[in-house]
Design a protein around this ligand. Structure first.
Ligand code: THU
Length: 135
């Protein structure tokens, strides 16, 4: 699946975000190794620290559906006028299930998209030295 299409799915997903406090909707689309796409949105809470980001929501949904390996991810932040990159916590969680050369795209619209790789967001990740030894 091409990047623009995956980003389009993330953008569509962002409409379901629950973001009454920040008014900043985020949608994530994870391309699974089997070709399916699983989405996530940010889910905020009145106790602000309990907010779950779109990326981590997507990873949780995918793992619950039996998928643990992802070929790419796109993140849409339509309420910004510039691309907003995944937060530090989400970078680490994505790297748990993605190769360091897996593509990442984030943007506020289809024509303002930044394309990078997991290793670009989260370099020097020792976890990948364990590849093949995870359950
Ligand atoms: N947010 C995400 O969902 N993903 C990110 O990578 C950055 C931040 C959410 C958390 C919060 O609901 C809102 O965006 C503002 O920070």
């Amino acid at each position: 699946m091409d990047t623009q299409r995956l980003f389009g799915i993330a953008l569509e997903a962002s409409r379901a975000a629950y973001a009454p406090y920040s008014k900043f909707r985020v949608g994530a689309a994870l391309l699974c190794d089997d070709g399916t796409v699983i989405t996530g949105v940010n889910v905020e809470n009145r106790s602000f620290g309990l907010t779950v980001c779109a990326e981590r929501g997507a990873v949780s949904a995918a793992v619950a559906a039996g998928k643990r390996s992802f070929a790419g991810v796109a993140v849409a932040t339509p309420d910004a006028d510039y691309p907003v990159s995944p937060c530090g916590a989400c970078r680490q969680v994505l790297s748990e299930f993605m190769a360091s050369d897996a593509p990442v795209a984030f943007g506020c619209s289809a024509d303002k998209l930044v394309e990078t790789i997991v290793g670009g967001l989260f370099p020097h990740d020792a976890l990948h030295e364990l590849d093949g030894r995870r359950e």
